[in-house]
Ligand binder design. Structure first.
Ligand code: DC
Length: 216
């Protein structure tokens, strides 16, 4: 069985997908991490990440690979494990910009398809149900209001000892939504056959139970 979970930033996709993977004995594939690894490479290369032709050319040097170690996805960039460096805000925001470049998507697509073809995956991202696994057995569109997503993000950052400004975090989320939903190639949208799950008023356990029951 393959399960696709799409949705905007901060909807809880990775938390939920990881727990569902455990419960259903599936492999969790975090596709955002692949785009983040390319973004990290581009940031470190010093090019202007808003220059689409420079990104298209430079991204060819980013060799992204995925390995599962103790059941956990590790992302390698040109042979180095970069998993611990991918969650920073700058990397996520850059990934949102550079993932709109067709050459970047083409590079990541074959890695994703290879994993999908092996089967038994729960894959999250923006275009999984629409483009990467249009044949998935179950498709979920996981969302929550930008207000709720920003509140969750603020709590996460505070737990790390940071002092984020709520309005700034909310604006970042809304800007990211706009970029991810309006880009020309593979924009974030609910697949026709995806089930909408709005987590604004749900606990993590409730969401996991709902998705697992939809997979039965
Ligand atoms: O899910 P995330 O926050 O780790 O994703 C980071 C960015 O990568 C996101 O803003 C858009 C891009 N992305 C994408 O274009 N397609 C995917 N399947 C996953 C992520």
């Amino acid at each position: 069985m393959n399960v696709a979970i799409d949705g905007p930033a901060g909807a809880g996709k990775s938390t939920i997908a990881k727990l569902c993977a455990k419960k259903m004995d599936l492999i969790y594939v975090d596709t955002g991490a692949m785009y983040r690894a390319v973004a990290l490479y581009l940031l470190e290369s010093g090019i202007d990440v808003n220059d689409r032709s420079a990104v298209a050319e430079k991204c060819k040097g980013a060799g992204v690979d995925i390995k599962y170690e103790d059941g956990v996805q590790n992302v390698y960039l040109n042979g180095t494990n970069v998993t611990g460096r991918l969650r920073e805000e700058a990397v996520g925001n850059t990934a949102s910009v550079t993932s709109a470049v067709p050459e970047v998507r083409a590079q990541i697509f074959s890695l994703q398809r290879g994993l999908a073809e092996r089967g038994g995956v729960i894959m999250d991202g923006r275009d999984i149900g629409t483009v990467v696994m249009p044949d998935a057995d179950v498709k979920i569109y996981l969302t929550a209001s930008s207000e709720v997503r920003a509140k969750r993000r603020v709590l996460e950052l505070e737990a790390k000892g940071e002092h984020p400004d709520f309005e700034e975090v909310k604006k970042d989320i809304e800007d990211r939504d706009h970029r991810d939903m309006t880009r020309e190639i593979s924009p974030l949208k609910q697949a026709d056959d995806a089930i909408l799950v709005d987590t604004s008023e749900m606990t993590i356990d409730e969401v996991v139970d709902k998705i697992c029951s939809l997979c039965k």
